[in-house]
Design a protein around this ligand. Structure first.
Ligand code: SAM
Length: 245
């Protein structure tokens, strides 16, 4: 009962925590005096820098999934680089492109890349997954990628661009390539959880840089293209609200 209550309340705690970092970002922003987009990015960077390592980065599934990367990799939304330590090294990896549109995260991300000795093979690209022209400009051709990696990233893509972005990433994959996924998604197993997610979703994207707490991500992935193998699984099998992240 206690575990269930904690799970139900965790999103509220994260929203409050984010509000705190919003105030901090506001103070910084006043000094930066820049755009709303910059403010949102600075805000989320402050929040993620604090909460990523504490609340999000230590799920053992992340290391299991990230360590399966092979060849040429598209690392979508690597953030401040909490999962970089789990990536394999050459020769298993040939090159990794980290698509991170929030440039305020880049310094921390580069630090994580350097600390892992991946500097020569990891290129940070300052745009989002929907920017296919950017990808082509960076030399990532259709059918040339061995692995697409999305860890808690598809929740953050703009809804209007989502299908296009996911379809474009699918096109980048070689025949036989793999898409490794770890995402928080809609809880379709328990109506209370689904309702709560719906309730939290009112504030969640506004407080967490456009993140969606209840996205039907597997459906989006499955309609992106023809998959030879689909081994997507729900990791949390509890009947109640399993987790929001
Ligand atoms: C919840 S954070 C997760 C960060 C990292 N994957 C992790 O698990 O530590 C979501 C990340 O997706 C990035 N993001 C947002 N929109 C994106 C887009 N259109 N393309 C790629 N990444 C995006 C955000 O800037 C942020 O770094």
């Amino acid at each position: 009962m206690l575990a269930r209550t904690i799970n139900y309340l965790t999103p509220a705690y994260l929203i409050l925590l984010s509000a705190f970092f919003g105030v901090k970002a506001l103070l910084l922003h006043l000094r930066l005096s820049s755009t709303t987009a910059t403010f949102r990015d600075v805000w989320f960077t402050l929040f993620w820098h604090y909460s990523g390592p504490r609340f999000f980065a230590n799920d053992p599934t992340i290391s299991r999934i990230a360590s399966q990367c092979r060849g040429k990799v598209l690392d979508i939304g690597p953030g401040t680089g909490d999962a970089i330590r789990f990536l394999p090294h050459p020769p298993l990896i040939t090159h990794i492109y980290g698509l991170e549109p929030n440039i305020h995260m880049h310094a921390q991300l580069q630090k994580a890349v350097d600390a892992e000795g991946l500097t020569e093979v990891y290129t940070i690209l300052p745009f989002g997954a929907e920017d296919l022209d950017g990808l082509r400009g960076a030399g990532v051709e259709a059918g040339s990628v061995d692995t697409v990696l999305t860890i808690r990233a598809l929740c953050s893509l703009d809804k209007r661009l989502l299908d296009r972005a996911v379809g474009g990433l699918f096109e980048c994959l070689k025949p036989g390539g793999q898409w490794l996924v770890f995402e928080h998604v809609r809880n379709g197993k328990c109506s209370v959880s689904g309702l709560l997610q719906g309730f939290y979703q009112i504030l969640w994207p506004r407080m967490l840089a456009g993140c969606n707490i209840n996205r039907r991500t597997s459906e989006i992935l499955l309609r992106a293209g023809r998959w030879d193998v689909n081994d997507l699984v729900d990791l949390k099998e509890e009947e109640h609200w399993a987790s929001c992240f």
